[in-house]
Design a binder for this molecule. Structure first.
Ligand SMILES: [Zn+2]
Length: 409
């Protein structure tokens, strides 16, 4: 048999199938054609040397903003994909029913990388988000119309994975809990999960969390005070335990202001690791503090989460959350989305959303990705062995603005 692509000599880690061993992976027709201890390079048109690399299912960033050009906060998914090992970006409600078609035609259908999406309960999607503009899309309840949301979900069922709501003082103004209830009603009618964002109260997490059902997603789950999941003492708030028991999915959604090392340490100490690690990458955090999913995963490793669990939280778990388990595993005959990663040693300083620093001696980097049988190398591999992952100087004003407004995303 002749293969299009052979990824040779890597350490295959596929958490969903419990595999962690050196294997060659062959791709043909965009699908996994063979996984074996040794596959002859002569059988492949192209060979990727993956010695010293981790070969894993293509990463799935469950919370991102990639409606590039159509929304002020969108980043270009194709530009970020190979660099971050990401083969699937899930856009978390950049578009609502009123502009989803544009997102689909102009971005999703033209991208090399796979893009799926949550539809925002707000008809307008996230329309007023920049360094200096912060107009929440749920601050006017006339925009939250479940009939429109459900119609958009049905029209674009092949690319829609759920409904998104951003509730909180900044995303929802004085609307309180109402946007969450409207979004839940839409999600129920559509038969899909809800991803709920929290920022600063009201509404508080204690109002949002009890409403979430099994399979719904709490994003910004390790956000800082106020509305943090832990008390000042570090003890985890009881509603977080109840939500986990009920099967609510905890998603990091790092973003500009939503990940706090101290909160994460307290949660991990109580055994409440995140189910999903996502970046919430958008224009105002792509240059720090979130950067991309690989930096976020590296932060969780620095906090003590084991490598395999970190990979699971970016492959198997997000795939399950969107009910597309085939995207989160590598098996013969299955989808051939692959990430070729590396554990790079050095001295790395990570910075969270409140400016706290954490030093680590390793981080994950990407050699490239495979989508549809095509190898996309990381064109800007980063071999810097002493790096500080804080907002770039040129973008410091973004962070300052974020603090000033205290926004959650
Ligand atoms: Zn977001």
């Amino acid at each position: 048999m002749q293969f299009d692509l052979l990824i040779k000599g890597g350490r295959l880690i596929d958490p969903a199938s419990g595999v962690d061993t050196v294997r060659d992976v062959a791709i043909a027709g965009g699908r996994v054609a063979a996984i074996e201890a040794a596959i002859d390079a002569e059988h492949a048109t192209q060979v990727v040397d993956a010695r010293d690399c981790i070969v894993t299912p293509g990463l799935i960033d469950l919370h991102s903003h990639v409606y590039w050009g159509g929304t002020s906060l969108g980043v270009d998914a194709d530009r970020l994909a190979a660099k971050s090992g990401t083969t699937t970006f899930i856009d978390a409600g950049s578009a609502g029913a009123g502009n989803f078609l544009g997102f689909r035609r102009h971005v999703i259908e033209r991208s090399k990388v796979r893009i799926l999406a949550y539809v925002n309960i707000s008809f307008a999607g996230i329309f007023g988000f920049s360094q200096t503009v912060s107009v929440g899309e749920c601050s006017d309840l006339r925009l939250c119309e479940p009939r429109e949301t459900v119609a958009a979900v049905r029209e674009h069922a092949d690319v829609v994975v759920g409904v998104k709501v951003r509730s909180g003082k900044h995303a929802g103004g004085t609307s309180g809990i109402a946007p969450v209830d409207l979004a839940l009603e839409a999600a129920d009618q559509a038969g899909l999960p809800l991803m709920a964002h929290i920022d600063e109260p009201p509404p508080g997490r204690s109002e949002v969390l009890p409403r979430l059902r099994r399979g719904d997603i709490l994003t910004h789950c390790f956000r800082p005070f106020p509305n943090a999941p832990v008390f000042a003492s570090g003890a985890v708030r009881p509603d977080m335990y109840l939500a986990r028991e009920r099967g609510v999915i905890f998603d990091i959604g790092h973003g500009m202001g939503s990940f706090d090392f101290a909160v994460a340490k307290a949660m991990l100490a109580e055994g409440l690791a995140p189910d999903v690690i996502s970046s919430d990458v958008h224009l105002y955090c792509v240059d720090g503090p979130a950067f991309d999913i690989l930096v976020c995963m590296s932060k969780l490793m620095a906090l003590g989460m084991p490598l395999v669990e970190v990979l699971r939280a970016a492959t198997q778990k997000p795939a399950e959350a969107i009910a597309r388990p085939e995207l989160g595993t590598l098996k013969v005959g299955g989808v051939g989305d692959v990430a070729v990663l590396r554990l790079t040693s050095g001295r790395f300083t990570f910075v969270d959303a409140v400016g706290a620093a954490l030093v680590a001696d390793q981080r994950l980097t990407s050699d490239g990705i495979v989508i549809g049988g095509i190898w996309y190398p990381n064109e800007a591999p980063d071999h810097n062995e002493t790096e500080r992952f804080e907002p770039h100087a040129a973008h410091t004003h973004v962070e300052v603005a974020a603090r000033h407004f205290g926004r959650g995303d």
